[in-house]
Design a protein around this ligand. Structure first.
Ligand code: ADP
Ligand code: MG
Length: 557
């Protein structure tokens, strides 16, 4: 007897969105299902490293796509890890990912055209089936298990689980296509997903680099006696070819394949390292941020291959956190094929690869800044706030990262620290900054008045991370960072206008203010830092600023 179950409520909402949205690019469901099939084969391979009894199952991974026009179905089948009953409930019945709520809101707000972008970024992979199908059936058998299962849903908030009839390990996802997705004269055909020709095109475009063969069959077509099976995808490891033989289109297609992005990358890095550590890397800087850039459990890292054999996705040990925007592939010649995640963390060679990748990425960014300022500005706007974390966490490259930073200033265009130093007026021997949470407020701050008058520029630091790194770094090229909000600020050529001060003091204004403000402030002082504004608040000595306090609070400290 089939058991009827409810989707978790967030899953329900996502499904509803899938079913009711209009897509600028409905093709994505094909890619998502192929990517799941490929992941499932990867998982089985990885599992078999520690469970030798599975080794025999892990061979000859393949993905089969079957068209059945008469039944109106499209089936994507793999011989990967498969799912048992619990897997079906937790993987297909729920979405256990932070940011789902935000995703749902963004989807609801987005204009139709942006939907497939969001889906790609969030990776609601499996549910994209319901873009094209009004009923989805999953037949699956877990590798090493004995019971097969059948999962089915029309996407209406419930699904059923029943005993299945699949003989071999792996999963088959059968899409019962919506009427308008089928061919036929009396339909308004948006696209014919049951056409071999159409599917071939989609697979070539989005899944060509999948490392397992994808076979496409139309059940109505008779197979000729001597016809050899030919995979649709080329499975070529792009990074093993010489750079000059790879076209921009091939690079971009590859990027879109590994990143689930729909746009081309901003920049790519092709790197062949020789010597003590031999590896190839093909890395990309995306042109926009992924949804999970600031999630604690966000996916990041590169794909790791060892001598052309896929080892893992999202390998975090090769790319530091502060470069988590980088997508790509690293293929090592030296690492041992049965490395575990734990071993990777301690491995000396891993550390070496990581260090050369960081250098290479920083070099590329420096070059971009010099040669393609527009591109670089776009990069900085998108990922600068992430890169700045490196000033805190990566002492070895701190100086280098600081040189890449672009800052807003009290007057004029954005500046690098080096340019700031070059343009300082004679006599200035400190780097002044003002930190806060809004650039607009910073720009209008009365604390800048005295600086403006003296022609001194002040860096305006509007990101929460700024105050942390500035406290860590303290200096750049021998010049101290000094907050424009600090007490007892001595500006160069600062001659106090004694007369004015003493006049104010005599007037008793200070005492009046102190009495009026009471415990709201610690002290009231006369200062020469203001020119046009009558008063401003400053922070005392080493005390942390209100922005820092907020940041620490949000970090739970
Ligand atoms: P993601 O792939 O990002 O995890 P999906 O929605 O695409 O998200 O898939 C959800 C989960 O369902 C997968 O993580 C996997 O555990 C399971 N799954 C989906 N398709 C398959 C499949 N063909 N074989 C085995 N497990 C699968
Ligand atoms: Mg997926």
């Amino acid at each position: 007897m089939a058991e009827k179950m409810e989707f978790q409520s967030e899953a329900k909402q996502v499904l509803e969105l899938m079913i009711n949205s209009v897509y600028s690019n409905p093709d994505i469901f094909v890619r998502e299902l192929i990517s799941n099939a490929s992941d499932a084969i990867d998982k089985l391979r990885i599992e078999s490293l520690s469970h030798p009894e599975l080794a025999e199952y892990a061979k000859n991974g393949r993905i089969d796509i079957t068209i059945d026009k008469k039944a109106g179905t499209l089936t994507i089948s793999d011989n990967g890890i498969g799912m048992d009953r619990d897997d079906l409930v937790s993987y297909l019945g729920t979405i256990a990912r932070s940011g789902t709520g935000e995703f749902i809101r963004a989807m609801q707000e987005a204009k139709n055209g942006a939907n497939s972008d969001l889906i790609g970024q969030f990776g609601v992979g499996f549910y994209s089936s319901f873009i094209a199908a009004d009923r989805v059936t999953v037949e699956t058998l877990k590798a090493g298990g004995s019971e097969s299962w059948k999962w089915e849903s029309t996407g209406d908030g419930t699904y059923t689980i029943d005993g299945g009839s699949r003989a071999g390990h792996g999963s088959s996802i059968t899409l019962h296509m919506k009427k308008e997705e089928q061919s036929g004269d009396d339909h308004d055909i948006t696209k014919d997903y049951l056409s071999e020709w159409t599917l071939r095109g989609i697979i070539k475009e989005y899944s060509d680099f999948v490392t397992y063969p994808i076979y496409l069959t139309d059940v109505e077509k008779e197979k000729k006696e001597d016809e050899k099976e030919e995979p649709v995808n080329s499975m070529k490891a792009l990074w093993t070819r010489p750079q000059k033989d790879i076209s921009d289109d091939e690079f971009n297609d590859f990027y879109r394949h590994i990143s689930h992005d729909w746009e081309n990358p901003l920049e790519r890095i092709y790197y062949k390292a020789e010597g003590t550590s031999e590896f190839r890397a093909l890395l990309f800087i995306p042109s926009r941020p992924p949804m999970d850039l600031f999630y604690q459990d966000g996916k990041h890292g590169v794909q790791l291959y060892i001598r052309r054999v896929f080892i893992m996705n999202d390998c975090k040990d090769l790319i530091p956190e502060y470069m988590r925007f980088i997508k790509g592939v690293v293929d090592s010649e030296d690492l041992s094929l049965n490395v575990s995640r734990e071993m990777l963390q301690q491995d000396r060679q891993t550390a070496q690869i990581k260090n050369s990748l960081v250098k290479k990425i920083l070099d590329t960014l420096h070059k971009m800044r010099k040669d393609q300022p527009d591109s670089y500005n776009k990069f900085w706007q998108t990922f600068g706030v992430v890169l700045k974390e490196g000033i805190i966490s990566d002492l070895r490259h701190r100086e280098d990262i600081m040189k890449l930073c672009l800052f807003d200033v009290s007057e004029g265009d954005k500046t690098t620290l080096e340019d700031y130093l070059i343009n300082m007026p004679a006599g200035q021997d400190k780097i002044y900054y003002l930190a806060g949470s809004s650039l607009k407020n910073l720009k209008n701050s009365p604390k800048l008045e005295a600086f403006k008058k003296k022609g001194i520029k002040v860096l305006l630091l509007g990101d929460p991370v700024d105050e942390i790194w500035v406290n860590h770094a303290r200096k750049f090229d021998k010049y101290d960072f000094v907050s424009a909000a600090a007490e007892n600020l001595m500006l160069p050529e600062g001659e106090k206008e004694e007369k004015k001060d003493s006049e104010i003091e005599k007037s008793g204004l200070v005492k009046k203010l102190k009495d009026a403000l009471g415990s709201l402030v610690e002290d009231v002082k006369v200062s020469d830092r203001l020119v046009d504004s009558p008063v401003c608040f400053v922070q005392k000595g080493e005390e942390i600023s209100p922005q820092m306090r907020n940041l620490f609070r949000s970090m739970g400290q």
